[in-house]
Write a protein that binds this ligand. Structure first.
Ligand code: ADE
Ligand code: ZN
Length: 330
C-alpha cells in the first residue's frame, strides 16, 4: 500500500499520456505531427519551460469534447489513486482551450463528469483550480474569470501558470483582486524559472497563501525566513525540475535544504505524462536520489494535507492526516 498523500500541483492537461493523445486524435480526426507514440516520446527532451510548453499546448489539439476531458481526468485519477493520492487539487488551463474554440462549458462539464464521482469511483476527493496563462494579457485573464462565473461552485481557486520570466505576478493584480472578492483561493507559480522577487510579488500583490514551485526562494534568505514564519506552503515538483532543467540532477535538488530550513514543502508531479512520473513516482524518486528518511517522507505526506484547501472540511483533513500517521512503511 502506498503512502497516503494529497497532490496539490497537477495540471490536468499535463496528464495526457501519448497513448491517450493518439486515441483522442483518432476519435476527433485530428492529425498529430508524430508517426506514433514512440516518435512522440522522442520529443520529450526539454531545454527549459518554454520548450515543454510548446509541446504541451500542441498536444491539447486532441481535446475537443466533454468526453475527452472526462476520459483525461478519469485516466489521471485512476493512476493517482494507485499511487496513494487521497485528495487532488487539480489545475486546468481554460484559455488553452477557449483560444481553440473549445468552450469553458465543455472543459468544466467534461472534467466534472469525472471529478464529481471521483470519490466513489477512485477514492480520491478533488478540487479544481482555474489557471490564467501569464504570457497572455491581463484583460484575457479577467474575461476568463468572468466566463467561469457559472461554474464557481466547482472551482476552489485561481492560479497562474505558463511562461514565467517576463510575466511578473504584478501584471495580474486586478484579476486576483476580483478572484478574492469572489471568495476564491489564490495560488501562483513563482520562482520556477523566475527570480525570488516574483515569489515576493505573488505574496504581496496577489495575496497568495500557497506558492507553486517556489524553488528559487533559496537564493533569498530573508524570503525563506518569511515563508517559514508565515507557514506558506511550497508545492515542489522534483521530476519536473529535472526535466525542465531547473536543477541538473535529482541528487542536486534543494528539497532537503528546503526542509532543513523549515519550509513547508510538498511533493507533486506537475505534468506527470511529460516528466516521468505521478505523485508516488516523485516520492520514490526523491527517496532514492536524496536518501530521504521515512520520517521525512511521512512529513512530506503530512504537509500535503496541511497545505491543502480543505478548510471547509476539517474533519476530512484530520481523517487523511490520521491515515498518514498510521501508515506502516514496507
Ligand atoms: N503549465 C503546465 N506546467 C507548467 C509549469 N511547470 N510551469 C508553468 N506553467 C505550466
Ligand atoms: Zn505547474
Amino acid at each position: 500500500m502506498p503512502l497516503p498523500k494529497a497532490e496539490l500541483h497537477l495540471h490536468i492537461e499535463g496528464t495526457l499520456e501519448p497513448e491517450l493523445a493518439f486515441e483522442l486524435a483518432e476519435r476527433n480526426g485530428v492529425k498529430l505531427p508524430y508517426a506514433d507514440t514512440d516518435e512522440l516520446r522522442e520529443a520529450y527532451r526539454f531545454e527549459g519551460l518554454q520548450s515543454f510548453l510548446n509541446l504541451y499546448y500542441e498536444l491539447m489539439a486532441v481535446l475537443r469534447t466533454e468526453r475527452d476531458f472526462e476520459d483525461l481526468a478519469n485516466a489521471y485519477l485512476a493512476r493517482a489513486a494507485a499511487q496513494g493520492v487521497r485528495h487532488a487539487e487539480i489545475f486546468f488551463d481554460p484559455q488553452a482551450h477557449t483560444s481553440r474554440g473549445v468552450g469553458m462549458d465543455t472543459v468544466v462539464e467534461g472534467l466534472w463528469r469525472a471529478l464529481g464521482s471521483s470519490e466513489d469511483n477512485h477514492g480520491v476527493s478533488t478540487q479544481l483550480i482555474l489557471c490564467f496563462l501569464r504570457d497572455e494579457s491581463a484583460e484575457l485573464a479577467l474575461e476568463t474569470l468572468e466566463s467561469a462565473r457559472p461554474y464557481l461552485d466547482r472551482i476552489v481557486g485561481v492560479g497562474l501558470d505558463s511562461a514565467e520570466v517576463g510575466h511578473p505576478p504584478v501584471k495580474f493584480r486586478e484579476v486576483y483582486e476580483a478572484a478574492a472578492a469572489l471568495g476564491l483561493r489564490r495560488v501562483a507559480h513563482a520562482g520556477e524559472e523566475g527570480p525570488p522577487e516574483y515569489i515576493t510579488q505573488a505574496l504581496d500583490v496577489l495575496g497568495v497563501k500557497r506558492v507553486d514551485h517556489g524553488l528559487r526562494c533559496m537564493e533569498d534568505p530573508a524570503l525563506v525566513e518569511r515563508l517559514v514564519r508565515d507557514r506558506i506552503p511550497l508545492t515542489v515538483c522534483p521530476l519536473s525540475n529535472v526535466r525542465l532543467r531547473a536543477v541538473d540532477t535529482l541528487a542536486d535538488h534543494p528539497l532537503p535544504a528546503m526542509l532543513d530550513a523549515g519550509l513547508l514543502c510538498t511533493v507533486n508531479s506537475d505534468d506527470p505524462a511529460y516528466f516521468g512520473g505521478y505523485a508516488g513516482d516523485n516520492f520514490h524518486a526523491v527517496r532514492d536520489a536524496l536518501g530521504l528518511s521515512k520520517d521525512r517522507l511521512r512529513a512530506l505526506a503530512r504537509n500535503s494535507f496541511v497545505a491543502s484547501f480543505l478548510e471547509h472540511d476539517e474533519e476530512r483533513r484530520q481523517r487523511y492526516l490520521a491515515e498518514v500517521e498510521a501508515y506502516a512503511f514496507p
